[in-house]
Design a protein around this ligand. Structure first.
Ligand code: SF4
Length: 555
């Protein structure tokens, strides 16, 4: 493994052609003398619901004929905000979200910014995993996020800063940012690189340089773009107590781990290099340390069948030591630059047909518990890379429609979360779903409507008293692993009505969690807070205490 990369060898890319073009595109247009026409344009766009690309273009064309220049989305939002500032229109956050036309990215109340680490070897040798020397392991050069990262030389500052600017320019509020660091196995990069990378992301969120990571974190706790979640992806065999502490030091709150299969034989022939027990061990440590666990599971690996896959998926939930909080469900996609391609050429591997993929997805989606968020179904490789098998990137929607037609029930969080619906407190009821793991009792507290739409939830983890805690300072502590309240992301100070984020649901959930932990006999409660949520928890009586924020709860 190459461990020779140093800070000096990390490429820094200056503003490139792409940025220059981007900058030019966002030049502000002059509205002087044409204010009335611009108001008419915004009003016309407001009436197009949903505002598809086609409807946008058609409307734009009409106004170009009447003398306006062609505006891109960023410019429309800019014009709208200037018209409001001039008192010619009344600012409406809902209209701004409507105009940005891509509302889903921030609909869970938080804006996601994805950055990629530099190309680097991964200790894994998985036969299904693509290799592209231009990319960190497992990423393809032409994936959308990967292209963006490459354009910026994989520089963390550039990637984060440009993404925030771009999102803000198209009207996405970016005060609350979940930072998703992708690329191979995070823990295999040198710790110097990891610390430098995270610090530079914080520098970009802070709009300001710091000399150390701790300084950058302190600034972020009160900064303009607060980090409300930090996610890395790593292997289960890299998780030990030392790694838990290191991840917390960096500010990590969620860890993505490739479970891939619950069958030791399948793991072995696909050269995963670990067994199922390694996943159980890692998950126990991660869960006790309060991390949110985001698993990846794959169908159609070498040696699997449609039937064995459906059974294997069930074991994710029947095995109490696994039970991740979130999941990506990826049927294997056959690409040329993975070793599996040779197996296929030799006739030793056959990708599922589209119908088989649909069947497996349907069977898996119906088995997914209600406290799990099924984040992604189908890897978003550009389908031109897929040699044989399913090429439909929208297979999730196809499977969902088929399930609805057959009356099959889906209950995962993503399927049920409220998006733009207006709800009031009177519409919501607190519900608690409890389940066991090998080291904890988990309580999933959620505020739901009568038809089980989720407005907010909290994961309360109560460690078993007979389990020796891997982090002794957390003995006698209940743990809040996640608090999530939905609603479009709005910047602080924006007006909002009926959105879950602003009904105090977070406060209600935290109070309920404290009461439950107290009733269960715990003297303290801890929270795995992201750096930018520290102020929020301070208001709830928590204090920073080493790697966690904690609060006494005994009577
Ligand atoms: S561990 Fe992950 S990134 Fe590394 S080879 Fe295996 S699948 Fe690819």
């Amino acid at each position: 493994m190459d461990t020779t990369h140093t800070r000096e060898s990390i490429p820094v890319v200056k503003r490139d052609e792409y940025d220059a073009a981007w900058q030019a595109k966002r030049e502000a247009v002059s509205i002087e003398g044409q204010e009335t026409l611009y108001v008419e344009l915004i009003t016309a766009l407001e009436r197009k619901r949903p505002l598809s690309g086609q409807k946008y273009n058609r409307t734009m064309r009409k106004f170009v004929k009447r003398g306006l220049p062609w505006l891109n989305k960023s410019q429309v939002i800019d014009v709208y905000e200037r018209l409001c500032a001039a008192g010619l229109m009344t600012f409406d956050p809902d209209l701004r979200i409507h105009l940005q036309m891509k509302p889903t990215r921030s609909q869970a109340g938080v804006t996601v910014v994805t950055v990629l680490t530099k190309p680097y070897p991964c200790p894994g040798k998985c036969i299904f995993c693509p290799t592209d020397v231009r990319m960190p392991k497992s990423y393809l050069h032409d994936e959308p996020g990967a292209q963006r990262a490459e354009r910026h030389g994989f520089d963390p500052y550039e990637q984060t800063a440009v993404r925030i600017r771009a999102l803000e320019q198209i009207g996405h509020p970016a005060e609350k940012i979940e930072l998703l660091i992708l690329g191979g196995t995070w823990s295999s990069y040198t710790r110097d690189y990891q610390e430098w990378f995270v610090k530079r992301c914080f520098d970009a969120m802070n709009d300001e340089e710091s000399t150390t990571l701790l300084e950058a974190q302190e600034k972020n706790a009160v900064g303009p773009h607060r980090n409300v979640g930090l996610v890395v992806e790593t292997r289960q065999d890299r998780i030990d107590v030392d790694e838990l502490r290191w991840l917390r030091y960096l500010g990590v709150t969620k860890v993505q781990v490739g479970i891939q299969s619950m069958d030791d034989h399948i793991l072995a022939i696909n050269a995963r290099g670990h067994d199922v027990q390694a996943t159980r061990d890692a998950f126990r440590l991660l869960r006790l340390a309060g991390f949110k666990i985001h698993g990846h599971w794959m169908a159609n690996l070498l040696g699997a069948t449609v039937e064995s896959d459906v059974e294997d998926y069930g074991r994710l939930w029947s095995d109490i030591a696994i039970r991740p909080d979130e999941l990506k469900l990826y049927p294997c996609m056959l690409v040329k630059n993975a070793e599996l391609h040779d197996y296929w050429l030799r006739g030793e591997y056959t990708p599922y047909t589209e119908d088989e993929v649909k069947y497996v997805l349907m069977a898996c989606m119906t088995q997914t518990p209600r406290w799990v968020r099924l984040n992604r179904v189908i890897r978003d490789f550009p389908t031109t890379n897929v040699v044989e098998g399913n090429k439909k990137a929208n297979m999730r929607q196809i499977a969902q429609r088929a399930m609805e037609k057959e009356g099959l029930r889906q209950q995962d969080i993503r399927y049920r979360e409220i998006r733009r619906e207006q709800v009031t407190l009177a519409d919501l009821e607190l519900r608690v779903d409890s389940y066991q793991t090998d080291a904890t009792t988990e309580h999933f507290l959620s505020f739901e409507t009568a038809d089980e739409r989720i407005a907010g939830f909290l994961r309360l983890s109560l460690p078993n008293c007979d389990t020796r805690h891997p982090l002794p300072e957390l003995e006698d502590h209940a743990m809040i692993r996640e608090v999530h309240v939905y609603g479009p992301a709005l910047n602080l100070g924006d007006d909002s009505q009926g959105e879950a984020q602003h009904m105090g649901l977070g406060t209600k959930l935290v109070l309920q969690a404290k009461a439950m932990a107290r009733a269960a006999g715990y003297g303290h409660i801890a929270v795995i807070s992201a750096i930018g949520t520290r102020n929020y928890y301070t208001k709830h009586g928590f204090q920073l205490n080493g790697l966690y924020m904690t609060c006494p709860i005994s009577d």
